[in-house]
Design a protein around this ligand. Structure first.
Ligand SMILES: *[C@@H]1O[C@H](CO)[C@@H](O)[C@H](O)[C@H]1NC(C)=O
Ligand SMILES: *[C@@H]1O[C@H](CO)[C@@H](O)[C@H](O)[C@H]1NC(C)=O
Ligand SMILES: *[C@@H]1O[C@H](CO)[C@@H](O)[C@H](O)[C@H]1NC(C)=O
Length: 291
């Protein structure tokens, strides 16, 4: 890990950021994630358990080709004077990042957002652009206790310089598309397995597919609403702590924001749940910063 001063010179944009976020703090960031309370399952014993046939050799994906997911961003959120949590996010235009509400609702200071990165914490890569941002819009319906409307926008005063490593993603054109069965790509610096407690040093990604909300409700009874979208967790694929807020993508189009998984672990074969982008197209249009 580079020293704090190298990080500031090579990566961070403002002197204020250097005082607030040292390399050490970045390295110790806690992966953000929402999980269903295990108590919840005790109350609903009839809900099917985790799949039995989990392939132990697939721990949920592979390292991304560096700089191939140019819309992916990493977000550090100061949550108390002592702690920083880490989440993913997605660039949707040169001035707007979409992420999960639960990644930013407990913030006690501006967010540090890194774009064009492959390694996290960010090193001295010249592709990286960092922004220190406080203009956050959380969905007015966000409800932590029922994990509903878990979506937020972060807006930059000044547009991010787009490059071969930093390109916004497309939003869906057809709000009625449910993407059922479509092949999905989800990426993030989240924990690569249940046995690792820090974020991944490199961006990783996993291919899965959209399952029906009916099937997802079987796993998360009483939680999954129409404004959620879920992917299969078969073979232990899926999202883990630190992936929250990041992109669920079908054919180059953003269709979900990583929201929550099972408290039983990330590799147990349960679906991963997201905020369904097509439910929020109007809200995004109304609240994003103009590019
Ligand atoms: C924090 O964010 C706000 C709003 O985006 C901005 O005006 C302010 O300058 C930021 N603070 C620092 C120290 O950069
Ligand atoms: C969150 O949802 C619960 C359950 O529907 C409700 O009782 C509570 O009032 C909601 N909280 C907010 C802040 O809307
Ligand atoms: C999604 O799946 C449908 C039904 O199989 C298919 O017609 C459509 O082309 C797929 N879309 C994408 C973007 O893969």
């Amino acid at each position: 890990m580079a020293s704090a001063s190298v990080i500031c010179l090579a990566v961070l944009v403002s002197a204020a950021t250097c005082e607030l976020l040292t390399a050490d703090q970045l390295a110790k960031a806690v992966p953000g994630h929402l999980e269903l309370d295990p108590e919840f399952r005790k109350l609903h014993p009839s809900i099917p358990g985790p799949y039995e046939h989990v392939d132990p050799f697939i721990v949920g994906g592979v390292e991304s080709t560096p700089h191939s997911r140019q819309y992916q961003v990493g977000i550090y959120t100061p949550v108390t004077t002592a702690g920083i949590s880490f989440c993913g996010g997605t660039l949707i235009n040169a001035r707007t990042v979409v992420t999960a509400a639960h990644c930013v609702d407990l913030r006690v200071g501006n967010l540090s957002i890194f774009m064009g990165a492959h390694n996290m914490p960010p090193g001295g890569d010249l592709n990286i652009v960092a922004r220190f941002a406080g203009d956050v819009v959380i969905h007015e319906g966000w409800n932590r206790s029922i994990l509903l409307h878990d979506i937020a926008l972060v807006r930059f005063e000044v547009a991010v310089p787009l490059s071969a490593s930093i390109i916004p993603i497309l939003l869906p054109r057809d709000a009625s598309n449910d993407y059922l069965g479509n092949t999905t790509l989800v990426s993030g610096w989240g924990r690569a397995s249940d046995s690792i407690n820090t974020i991944s040093p490199v961006l990783r990604e996993v291919i899965s597919w959209v399952i029906s909300n009916y099937a997802c409700r079987m796993a998360y009874l009483g939680i999954v609403q129409d404004s959620h979208i879920c992917i299969s967790g078969a073979h232990g694929r899926g999202t883990c702590n630190g992936d929250s807020g990041g992109p669920l993508v079908v054919n180059g189009v953003l269709i979900g924001v990583v929201s929550f998984g099972s408290a039983f672990g990330c590799e147990v074969g349960w679906p991963s749940a997201m905020a369904r982008i097509t439910s929020y197209l109007d809200w995004i249009r109304q609240n994003q910063a103009p590019a």
